[in-house]
Design a protein around this ligand. Sequence first.
Ligand code: G3P
Ligand code: CA
Length: 262
Amino acid sequence: MSDYRPLVFAHRGGADALPEHTLGAYLRAIEEGADGLECDVRLTRDGHLVCVHDRRLNRTSNGRGLVSNKTLAELDALNFGSWHPGYPADEELPHLSRLLTLDRLLEALRGCGRPVRLLIETKHPSRYGAEVERRLVGLLRRHGLTEGRPDAPVSVTVMSFAALALRRVRALAPAIPTVYLLEILPPGVGRGRLPFGARIAGPGVGLVKARPGLVPAIKAAGHQAYVWTVNEPDDLDIVLEHQVDGVITDRPRFVLERLAEM
Ligand code: G3P
Ligand code: CA
């Protein structure tokens, strides 16, 4: 019997069951046993890193317009949970509706009682010059999380589809591990070569299926593979056959149950 078991990351906090990127979603995923969390970050107009996936507010809040045009105070006045089918119509639940900043998330994880892995994806790195990465590394430094210490309460990994973002993070904080996210296959990566010291490749599950040689090449080159977004049983079977190192999923409970049955 193999002792293989991948790390399980709750994508956007486990976006299937609860409103994505809310503290309630993240804490529930930890309670359910997820090894870690995946979180997208964007900059507000006044320079705060907030955990919001889309460029616009329309889908996941009762606000409108671009996240980057709003101040933190303006975003704090919105409800980020009431759009979700699971959100009760007659109650205010701050843990499932309040905007989550990265600072608030790090603070909460520090007090959650067990070590947690946090994958932070920077969105739109070129739009603000190096501002997203500078702010991110500055915040992580204030939380004491840039040294890659194994005993840290939160072990942070930064992810991006943009090699440029990985280069900036490496220059600012070389001990932070990085993931090169892949939707298509850039030159060299099919042979296991990752840019700017990235230790981990992050292919989408569609790419893993289209290129069955990709994960073996990544692993043969000494890197790890974290695959997203693995929600369906067939997809889970495929990534487990490839013995990927991390499974990023909207349905952490489902993935954990499948792994427990193995
Ligand atoms: O974990 C990577 C994955 O989150 C990338 O896609 O659009 O959900 O941020 P997206
Ligand atoms: Ca993401």
